[in-house]
Ligand binder design. Structure first.
Ligand code: ADP
Ligand code: MG
Length: 755
């Protein structure tokens, strides 16, 4: 018996998924696994756990578990469901990597997919749960894919043991064949239930031109125009990252200062004035709003290139090229303070209270404008959005097969996600989507986003699976399997790190290949699997208990896993005065780096010593924004390192109960013999990232001057001028990654003693 408030009850009845409650619950009763598809906003995430709760799935002692690929969704959905059901957060709870509010009374538990994977390691049968919902399965996140593979087996095992468990896979798209048609995964295909959502027509407007660099400025301009010229209705802007989101929010707030006092009276008149203008324009050019079926519409709108004007928005305003600096540059966007715009950011790392603001109605008379990353694409539904501005890009982790290191890059999104984004505009009434790219560019987008598992190295994943005693990873029922090269190179790396047992050396080639793909995990591998970092770094942590090196290794690993800890001063100066100031700062930063690098043995630790010195000095000074500013450190990176150090310290203590390490803010620099030990430990982790300086007698081609040779590359790689070892040029070095800019540069370089 759930006691919902009347207004909640009323809102629920409008959700399409409610009409299917009977069908869904019957399917769940009859089948071990059910797939549920429904447009974003149809009520899957908030309602289905409630159906299961009301049907008694949480009353027999087991919990209802819901996994989300994003922390944002896990936290905010648990709050929403608790609120809808009038239950406390001790009953409807969440667990994410760093925090949670689960109690012994928890009946519905929202968690990230990574959290459930860790729980499977502790109890393979997941006996705490009576049902698991895998939400947002269409995102094809790595852990979600693995979980589906594992759960297909766990459900069967639970049935065998007479402790039945149910599995529900929920997707916002109809593209679920990878789950349903995969015989390795489910011998009998699970039933697919489709929820028909009410979708109002969304008119898609393409830009005639596609801004390549300044799409952020373009998003700002377009939003301003929508706000100034179009009738009421919320605006949702899609950008790629937190920095862009904050930047556009700042600019919008500046252009349309939000003054709570003068809203009510003026706003109404103003909007009606705007509306008149809009209607006049509409009359001039008769507007047709084509119906668009968002699951399946051909890309080209009625009259390519002219649509912007149809909706009363002129396209070009090329004049003002805005950059990401902070100069006041509002040319052409004169502030009109009489129209209030209520601007809110939305991205993963935003505090939950701030995230929750997007669900509340804006102040009366004001127009809501949410500037978001793609968290707003499917996981969160913002009410009353009528206009979507889509930059067409997405920031994703990329993996370089040569260096084995990942990086974040902004790239075009897929047609499927662009259509998801457009769909956000048609939830409550007919809407418009402004794409900041041409229809020709759109038709070049790939149709769907690739599953994450095919785009990244799988060494961490293989280690986790081996830790679950899945020896033959090739045979695992992946919804989409990783390439066999990726699997082979992952096992190779893990064997070389000592995490897996060496395969037997004799036998036919084919048998050896096969043996190499089914090596069991070693005790060292088990210890490594317990650390929340990639296997190379986990190896360093596993070896860190020598000569009191652990606090240093933890710090170095934390610093290596956080990107861009030093401020780059490469922007051009606008005046002579500024240029001399910049030069002064640059000199100071290099001086600090030299100081942190030290002399003798510690200098040989190279860039890692600089990181260690930087973190040590920064923590000693209390990790203030001021200290970072003065010494060329990125404050946010330093905070992230601090958090990771705490986390890794806890992990080390729980793996090795007599390690007894703690986070020391006044850590003394390592002694000479500790530095030698640190270098050996780093070498053990980065051993396959070895490079050798080209000898004078080998210098046939001048391009190899000061170059290094690596086993995998035919081209020389170099030590970057900003490296502590740039002048030293040791004979052998190990490096963290290779970045290609003007040349191929090694980063995170450490010298190896050739003895
Ligand atoms: P789906 O999972 O199918 O995308 P949801 O269950 O997330 O759908 O959302 C259903 C409805 O609940 C949406 O219309 C959304 O606006 C509303 N909703 C979700 N979370 C909140 C919240 N925190 N406050 C107000 N409304 C919310
Ligand atoms: Mg959802």
């Amino acid at each position: 018996p759930v006691d919902r408030r009347p207004e909640i009850q009323e809102a629920r009845l409008k959700l399409p998924v409610l009409a299917e409650e009977q069908v869904i619950m019957e399917a769940v009763k009859e089948n071990d696994c059910v797939v549920l598809c429904g447009e974003t906003g149809s009520g899957k995430t908030t309602q289905v756990p409630q159906f299961l709760y009301e049907a008694g799935y949480a009353s027999a002692g087991g919990m209802i578990g819901v996994t989300e690929p994003r922390r944002v969704a896990a936290v905010s959905m648990s709050h929403r469901v608790a609120n809808e059901m009038n239950l406390s957060t001790g009953v409807v709870s969440y667990q994410i990597r760093y925090e949670g509010n689960v109690t012994k009374d928890t009946a519905i538990k929202f968690m990230t997919d990574g959290v459930l994977l860790k729980e499977i390691q502790k109890d393979f049968l997941l006996q705490k749960y009576s049902v698991i919902i895998i939400d947002e399965a269409h995102e094809r996140s790595l852990y979600t894919d693995i979980l589906i593979g594992l759960l297909s087996r766990i459900v069967a095992l639970r049935n065998k043991k007479g402790l039945p468990m149910k599995l529900l896979i929920m997707s916002a798209t109809l593209r679920v064949e990878d789950f349903t048609e995969n015989k390795k995964l489910f011998r009998t295909p699970p039933p697919v239930i489709k929820v028909e959502a009410r979708q109002f027509p969304v008119t898609v407007h393409f830009n005639k031109r596609t801004p390549m660099e300044d799409y952020v400025a373009e998003a700002f301009r377009k939003t301003c125009k929508i706000h100034r010229m179009l009738p009421p209705g919320g605006i949702l802007v899609f950008l790629t990252g937190q920095a862009e989101v904050n930047y556009v929010c700042r600019r919008l707030r500046k252009a349309f200062p939000y003054r709570p006092n003068n809203i009510q009276h003026t706003a109404a008149e103003d909007t009606s004035e705007e509306l008149r203008k809009f209607k006049k324009q509409k009359l001039k050019k008769s507007v047709s709003l084509p119906r668009i079926d968002l699951d399946n519409y051909s890309a080209l709108p009625v009259d390519e290139g002219d649509e912007d004007r149809q909706a009363g928005i002129d396209d070009d305003d090329e004049g003002s090229d805005l950059d990401l600096g902070d100069q006041p540059d509002d040319t052409g966007e004169k502030a009109d303070p009489t129209i209030p715009l209520y601007v809110l950011p939305l991205y993963s790392l935003l505090a939950p209270e701030q995230q929750a603001r997007v669900f509340r109605p804006p102040p009366p008379g004001a127009r809501l404008c949410v500037v978001a990353t793609n968290v707003a694409e499917t996981s969160l539904t913002i009410p009353a959005i009528k206009y979507v501005v889509d930059c067409g890009r997405v920031k994703k982790r990329f993996y370089d097969r040569v260096t084995g290191v990942s990086s974040f890059k902004v790239n075009w999104t897929s047609q499927a996600s662009a259509n998801q984004r457009a769909g956000r505009a048609g939830r409550t009434e007919a809407g418009h989507c402004y794409r900041l790219y041409s229809s020709a560019v759109f038709s070049d987008f790939s149709q769907f986003s690739e599953a994450e598992i095919t785009r990244r190295p799988v060494d961490d994943l293989v280690l986790q699976m081996k830790d679950l005693n899945i020896e033959k990873v090739v045979n695992f029922p992946f919804p989409t399997p990783p390439s066999s090269e990726a699997l082979v190179s992952a096992e190779q790396l893990l064997i070389s790190l000592g995490a897996l047992e060496e395969p037997p050396r004799q036998g036919r080639m084919v048998d050896m290949e096969r043996a190499r793909l089914s090596c069991p995990i070693t005790p060292l591998g088990r210890a490594m699997a317990a650390f929340p970092v990639a296997p190379r770094y986990a190896k360093m942590l596993a070896l860190g208990c020598q000569q009191g090196c652990m606090p240093y290794i933890i710090t170095v690993v934390a610093a290596m896993t956080v990107r861009e800890i030093f401020v780059e001063l490469d922007r051009p100066a606008s005046s002579e005065e500024e240029s001399s100031k910049l030069a002064g700062r640059k000199a100071r930063f290099s001086q600090m780096k030299r100081l942190w690098a030290g002399q003798g043995q510690s200098l040989l630790l190279g860039d890692l010593m600089v990181m260690l010195g930087a973190v040590g000095a920064c923590e000693f000074a209390g990790c203030t924004p001021n200290f970072c500013e003065e010494n060329g450190l990125r404050y946010k990176a330093m905070l992230e390192i601090r958090r990771l150090r705490g986390q890794l310290t806890n992990a080390v203590n729980s793996v090795c109960s007599d390690a007894g390490v703690c986070v020391d803010n006044k850590m003394a620099p390592p002694t000479e013999s500790q530095v030698v030990c640190l270098r050996q430990i780093v070498l053990a982790g980065l051993g396959d990232h070895l490079a050798r300086r080209v000898q004078a007698e080998e210098l046939l081609d001048p391009k190899w001057r000061n170059g290094y040779k690596t086993p995998l590359l035919d081209e020389p790689v170099f030590i970057h001028p900003s490296s502590a070892l740039h002048k030293e040029l040791p004979e052998f070095v190990v490096y963290q990654e290779i970045m290609e800019t003007t040349k191929m540069y090694m980063r995170g370089v450490c010298a190896v003693q050739a003895d």
